[in-house]
Design a protein around this ligand. Sequence first.
Ligand SMILES: [Cu+2]
Length: 68
Amino acid sequence: MTVEATYTVTGMTCGHCAASVREEISEIAGVTGVDVNVETGSVTVTSEADLARDAIAAAVDEAGYTLV
Ligand SMILES: [Cu+2]
């Protein structure tokens, strides 16, 4: 199955920020795709199963940003 969920991340200002967030979230088991929109702070994650919000929050935090 494929699950798509959209999150809002604050603090991203450029392509490097987006790349950091994409990289950290991509490391979560089951994640198959990450789409980041820096301007809106919108992060869409595609995965094989439901993901724990805590896992996303931890990955975003690891990248240096905050999950709203
Ligand atoms: Cu940046």
